[in-house]
Ligand binder design. Structure first.
Ligand code: XLS
Ligand code: CA
Ligand code: CA
Length: 436
């Protein structure tokens, strides 16, 4: 046992003051006809939970994530597996997500890296037996190594493009081996620093080519899950091509990739794009492209990707509203989040996940209430009532002509003002649902 002093985390209810207990996440509790755990397929992010130890631009690690082994060795890679499985089992988490190089230390030669990945994924498979833990999605890290300084699919170097292909192939093989439901492309460095040296069209076409090669290969080895784009507007690049959900969806359609891909929406990325989390979820949902969620939050005072554990119940309620309306996720909720640097203890690892899971449980309960209450949905429905009959119905049916609409308007003189948006009333309804 690695986390000897940590018990199995149980639901104790809203009155509990035990930091190592759930206050709201009650996996069997029925919400809108289904147990909570079915609405909330949580996943552990290998890189943050088992890797990130607090290093930032100004200082080194604060947390000890050695798990009793020497970092950079295969023993350490295996210790991370042991720690990860004990962690997930104690919290009742059923999924994990990984990058290739989160699993094993990258070697100088890719053949050796691949051998290590095989050895480690065998070990993970062994660990999976007798548990109901599975892989949610895998991905390849095509942004950390200096070779990717100009991106992977968008690199000016064809050799780097091929290296990326090799990493994707192995990450896909491993995802399939671990029964993964999805495969993620996060843009990483697929963007540019200056247009003075950039052929934007060529780079975007090449990213699509890399994705097409990946889809064809994935399908050929029996991968039936979804590929995901995870939009992000900037960081590390000044401008990233997968700016937001709308941009990524248009890109997929332009390149004929929209049948194989969906969105993996990360809260902190949506807000970096100048949207709310709910906005990017809504854009994905109404386009039938909402696949999975990277569950975290940003800081409204900071302009970068802080990957904080979500505590904002308002934001998460709106997320769950979109998820329920979408009929659930085919993917899950991956906590792409890290404890703050001064929260460096083992207890903090668990308390961070408890916070995130409780926040999503609350969000689910409140979103269900919002829908059952019906006032918001009814208001939106009624707001467009003028399109239900008369000239409005004709417009929607596509049976009018511009000349006919113009004649209608000229006869009318001037339209009345549209009905009030009642924003403040609706905001009050949400507060009432959240706090009454
Ligand atoms: C970085 C991204 C990354 C992806 C997976 O900002 O969130 O961690 O989720 O490559
Ligand atoms: Ca992410
Ligand atoms: Ca992020």
């Amino acid at each position: 046992m690695i986390f000897e002093n940590i018990p199995v985390i149980k639901y104790e209810g809203a009155e509990s003051k035990n930091p190592l207990a759930f206050k709201f996440y009650d996996p069997e509790k029925i919400v809108m006809g289904k147990p909570m755990k079915e609405y909330l397929p949580f996943a552990m992010a290998w890189w943050h939970n088992l890797g990130a130890a607090g290093t930032d631009m100004f200082g080194r690690d604060t947390a000890d994530k050695s798990f009793g082994a020497e970092k950079g060795t295969m023993e350490h890679a295996k210790a991370k597996v042991d720690a990860g499985f004990e962690f997930m089992q104690k919290l009742g988490i059923k999924y994990f997500c990984f990058h290739d190089v989160d699993l094993v230390p990258e070697a100088d030669d890719i053949n050796e890296t691949n051998r290590r990945i095989d050895e480690l994924s065998d070990y993970i498979l062994e660990k999976m037996q007798g548990t109901d833990i599975k892989c949610l999605w895998g991905t390849a890290n095509m942004f950390s190594n200096p070779r990717y300084m100009n991106g992977a699919g968008s690199s000016n170097s064809a050799d780097v493009f091929c290296f990326a292909a090799a990493q994707i192939k192995k990450a896909l093989d491993t995802t399939v081996k671990l029964g993964g439901k999805g495969y993620v492309f996060w843009g990483g460095r697929e963007g540019y620093e200056t247009l003075l040296n950039t052929d934007m069209k060529f780079e975007q076409d090449n990213i699509a080519r890399l994705m097409r090669y990946a889809v064809d290969y994935g399908r050929s080895i029996g991968f039936t899950g979804d590929f995901y784009i995870e939009p992000k507007p900037k960081e590390p690049m000044k401008h990233q091509y997968d700016f937001d959900a709308a941009t990524a969806i248009a890109f997929l359609r332009q390149h004929g990739l929209d049948k194989d891909f969906k969105m993996n929406i990360e809260a902190n990325h949506a807000t970096l794009a100048g949207h709310t989390f709910q906005h990017d979820l809504r854009v994905s949902r109404i386009n039938g492209m909402l696949g999975s969620v990277d569950a975290n939050q940003g800081d409204y005072l900071l302009g970068w990707d802080t990957d904080e554990f979500p505590y904002d119940v308002y934001e998460v309620t709106m997320c769950m509203y979109e998820v329920i309306k979408a009929g659930g996720l085919t993917g899950g909720f991956n906590f792409d989040a890290k404890s703050r640097r001064p929260s460096y203890t083992v207890e903090d690892m668990f308390e961070s996940y408890i916070l995130g899971m409780d926040t999503f449980a609350l969000g689910l309960i409140k979103a269900a209430k919002l829908i059952e209450d019906g006032r918001i949905d009814k208001f939106v429905e009624d707001r467009y009532a003028s399109y239900k009959s008369g000239i409005g119905a004709k417009i929607v049916a596509g049976e009018a002509s511009l000349a006919e609409l113009a004649a209608y308007a000229c006869e009318m003189g001037a339209p009345e003002l549209p009905s009030s948006g009642k924003q403040e009333r609706l905001e009050g309804v949400v507060n009432q649902i959240l706090f009454a």
